[in-house]
Design a protein. Structure first.
Length: 611
């Protein structure tokens, strides 16, 4: 049988194109082979993560996953190393959509998003900073999300309507108990009725169960204790912000403001790579379909398959070039983002100091969103500089002062120095200038020592006016901090010198006997003050803040109407908590008139406080 010239040319071109396509397919087959081999382990670890680690923090999740992976390797279960739930279960474009709706882009938050959307049991989010709450409201707004609260007697009726109509429900502000009437939904007790309709029994009524129904639950409690009975009905998901997670969130904020081009490129790469992968997949499916559906003569008589293969070759070459370029750009983006890490770290450290202040007084509660607003405002107001190192210094100083001044304005006078000292020591603890052992000794006192240390414990060599308890603190310091090694023996041999320092008028400024002032750090000297002169600690704290942070953080700030009005807008009210006899309204009205705000000023009187 003679083959026409047209067929011969098509056959030759087809062979060449299929050969080129075959090279790419071989690479894909090699990659898929590895993924298929690791599939069992990856699915197993993913199921373990979704089932068990949702209630833990990011750091503990990482340690738990590494332990599971190590166990899998020891049992010769193949899995991807290192394992990542985000890479195995996450879709880049879907996760990008979550970020656009307010879900932070750090690893822990993305894992939480996967748990919320993939877990078989309905998710219960531990959400003290309300990040999950805002994300769900934004993401499901188009689906007519119904927001319900625990408590109203109509709760079951409202949920029943949503089940019947297929509307998503967000159940807010849960406490440590869940209404038992919701158990059929939590336990997925749906059944197929006559006629093939899915139904569920809620209370005394049997209602149709729409497959589009979804249930999400959130609680503001930072550390709830749920009974085992509740834990097996829901998927606990911990949205509590960690220091590392907040650093990643703030890094995105600062880079967006300082280098918007970098974040834009980063977003474009994610979108472009996802689009390219989808395009290649469609072409591959089209090629295989044509090869499967067409006979040899038909293939050689038409240019359809050849055109598709030709387009595939051009597209794959373009994509490979883009991927190579994207890898280079990604490295540059990572290097650029890392330069701003110090700014994000400072913001994260400050937030957790502010969060700790609520333990001192319930009035000192500030939302994460408010702190982020102050953080971004400081970046906008900071002086510009072309020198990156200088700019970073300006940003860190401006952010620290801006957040400190706004938060301290709402503190009682006797707590402001404590706030300043916590900021200074938290920064130094992050930078490892202050060790965890030293901080615990100053904060909590003497620590438990080991059996061997107890046996070696010498008799108390301190003067009679020093109690046994401070001696235990000193002994703990000698056991736990290397720089204190030998201090008790030195005190026993030089009691007069140490007694002179301990009884002097100003032990803060007076040097320690011999070379101990140089041997221990400024912070560690506070431990000695706690042993000998605890009444001087407050003055030592103030001196520490002055030396490490500056006098700005220890000097009382005048509160003027101009400062107050600079920090409010139509969405941020100004609230005065008044003591008996105080009335700032005359000053407020006067400033509003002078600044032209009197027409827009709204005043609501809530009455005067009693102290």
């Amino acid at each position: 049988m003679r083959i026409s010239n047209g067929r011969m040319m098509r056959a030759e071109k087809l062979v060449v194109l299929l050969k080129d396509e075959g090279v790419r397919w071989k690479e894909s087959v090699a990659t898929l082979t590895v993924e298929i081999e690791n599939l069992v382990g990856d699915v197993f670890l993913s199921c373990a993560c979704i089932s068990y680690f949702g209630g833990f923090t990011g750091t503990y999740r990482k340690a738990l996953t590494e332990k599971w992976q190590q166990e899998a390797v020891e049992r010769k279960i193949p899995c991807t190393q290192p394992f990542s739930l985000v890479k195995v279960m996450g879709d880049p474009m879907v996760m990008k959509g979550w970020n656009m709706h307010g879900l932070p882009s750090d690893t822990t938050s993305l894992e939480n998003g996967i748990l919320v959307t993939n877990a078989e049991r309905w998710g219960l989010c531990i959400d003290p900073q309300e990040q999950a709450n805002k994300w769900l409201k934004s993401m499901l707004k188009a689906e007519n999300l119904q927001i319900l609260k625990v408590g109203p007697p109509t709760l079951l009726r409202d949920v029943t309507g949503c089940v019947r109509n297929g509307l998503p429900v967000l159940l807010e502000d849960l406490e440590e108990m869940i209404d038992p009437a919701l158990d059929p939904i939590l336990l997925h007790q749906e059944f197929i009725a006559d006629g093939g309709i899915k139904q569920i029994k809620l209370g005394d009524a049997i209602v149709d169960y729409d497959a589009l129904f979804k249930l999400f639950m959130t609680t503001k409690m930072p550390n709830p204790h749920y009974s085992p009975e509740i834990c097996i009905k829901v998927t606990l998901i911990n949205f509590t912000v960690t220091q590392e997670g907040l650093e990643e969130q703030l890094l995105v904020d600062v880079v967006k403001k300082e280098r918007p081009d970098v974040e834009e490129k980063r977003d474009q790469i994610v979108v472009q790579m996802d689009t390219d992968n989808r395009t290649l997949k469609k072409i591959e499916i089209n090629i295989l379909k044509l090869l499967n559906d067409s006979e040899l003569e038909q293939i050689l008589d038409e240019d359809t398959l050849i055109n598709v293969l030709d387009q595939s070759k051009i597209t794959s070459n373009e994509i490979n070039e883009r991927i190579a370029q994207a890898e280079i750009v990604s490295e540059e983006i990572t290097e650029t983002r890392e330069k701003y890490t110090s700014v994000a770290i400072r913001g994260s450290v400050l937030y957790f100091v502010i969060a700790d202040m609520s333990r001192i007084n319930d009035m000192y509660q500030n939302s994460l969103q408010f702190v982020k607003t102050l953080f971004n405002k400081a970046i906008n107001e900071a002086a510009k500089s072309d020198d990156l190192d200088k700019r970073l210094g300006i940003l860190i100083e401006k952010i620290t002062k801006n957040i400190y001044s706004n938060i301290s304005r709402g503190l009682f006078e006797n707590d402001k120095l404590l706030f300043s000292y916590l900021i200074a020591t938290s920064i130094d603890r992050y930078e490892k200038y202050i060790s965890a052992d030293g901080w615990n000794l100053l904060l909590r006192g003497a620590q438990p020592v080991t059996k061997d240390q107890k046996e070696k414990k010498p008799p108390n060599p301190l003067p009679d006016n020093i109690s046994v308890l401070p001696f235990d603190l000193l002994y703990s310091a000698e056991c736990m901090i290397a720089k204190f090694d030998g201090i008790i023996d030195h005190m026993a041999e030089n009691q007069e010198a140490w007694d002179k320092w301990a009884t002097c008028e100003d032990p803060i400024e007076t040097k320690l006997p011999e070379d101990w002032s140089e041997k221990i750090t400024d912070f560690q000297k506070k431990i000695l003050l706690k042993v000998f002169r605890p009444e001087k600690l407050v003055f030592a704290f103030k001196k520490y803040v002055n030396e490490h942070m500056g006098s700005f953080f220890t000097t009382p700030m005048p509160i003027t109407m101009e400062l107050l009005f600079n920090d409010i807008d139509p969405y941020t009210p100004l609230i005065f908590i008044l003591s008996t006899g105080a009335d700032p309204m005359a000053k407020v009205q006067k400033y509003a008139e002078e600044s032209g705000m009197s027409d827009d000023l709204g005043v609501i009187s809530l009455g005067q406080g009693q102290g």
